[in-house]
Design a protein around this ligand. Sequence first.
Ligand code: PGA
Ligand code: ZN
Length: 432
Amino acid sequence: MSRIASVDAWEVLDSRGSPTVRVRVETPDGSGTFTVPSGASTGAHEAVERRDGGDRYGGQGVRDAVAAVREELAPVVCDRDATDQRAIDAALVESDGTADLSRCGANAVLGVSGAVAHAASAARDVSIYEHVAGLAADDTRSADPGALPLPMVNVLSGGLHAEGGIEIQDFLVIPAGAGSYSEALETVRGVREAVRRRIVDAGHRPLVADEGGFAPPLAGIDDAFDLLAAGVRDAGHEPSREDVAFAVDVAATHFYDEASGTYALDSVDHRLDAEGMADLVARWTDERPLVSVEDPLAEDDWDAWTTLHDRIGDDVQLLGDDLIVTDADRLDRAIERGAANAVLVKPNQAGTLTRAIDVVRAAQRNGVAPIVSARSGETCDATIADLAVGLDAGQIKIGSLARSERLAKYNRLLAIERGIGRYARPTFGGGR
Ligand code: PGA
Ligand code: ZN
């Protein structure tokens, strides 16, 4: 028992220089701070962050969300037991009163929810990942923390994270053959450096996008895969499912034209319908060591997802981000319809830590692989690293091995690795 004595909040800037919410929660036994991330390629069904509008920061200010924390949410949680995350999150959701948390703002609600977890772990004198493991214990899982997650790491960026680049948002590598988390990082660093060298040798500048991936001029999607494969070989590895595998985040909703029901993929030179997208994905999985495909179809095209899943089977991870938006009901629907076999888990899509924890546990119970994920707008807050270990998620997606808001999380996992040697070895597509 550690009663919350005070809650404070203020506006800080994220990795894109956009305002975001930072919250501090104090108890007599320990205090904690959490900073809310923010997406660019957001799903339509995410919990809604509150922005001020008006002239400050182009309308992106979060003073109203900060005021909601101080004036509305602080009184709700003060005096409550910080270690009872579930009760606190329920009270926060009830106080907001909307399903999408738009009244106070999901950025206000998650700010408090995350800071409470940090304060509670400080009060209990345990690491966040140990605290989270305790919060998430249920009849199928003990309160022991899990393994270090396998990272999927962005190397090439496009879409809304690298305007003017290729439509596909992320080309990532998965160091499947590494024997430990630290070895996985070393492998990826070698690949990323080799890709950087090739970009420079081709006469381009190796400038990085929002998540630290490179966004060089590319002739098309195959060109991106070829560059990735060449980088893997330069680094002394094999592009294969067993050594260094590939993943993509298509983020297809963001080039989907609802009126015509087509995907405007200029880099393949024409508009594709859902079947055309499925053909494209099937070709990639045939020709490339691709083990994970995220959001290859629009966020509400449930039938097309099921059809694609039936077609490519479970050897490949079919990963729902905008499709499921870390929402328990949408996850249920995806399971019922066989629409996906993996779910991206972003706490700010859910709006509370408890909701994110429940989505991970529901996924694990149903053989759906959870991948804990950062947003494109981040700070050096490293909570998701602890979340991945505490929940034994098995995989994590943070962005590239560049930019300190990304490295803060990779480095936090290196610190956790000093205490936990276990390393997750997921089999792709079949859940865990
Ligand atoms: P976002 O991108 O944070 O801009 O939504 C991350 C992702 O799509 O996985
Ligand atoms: Zn995504």
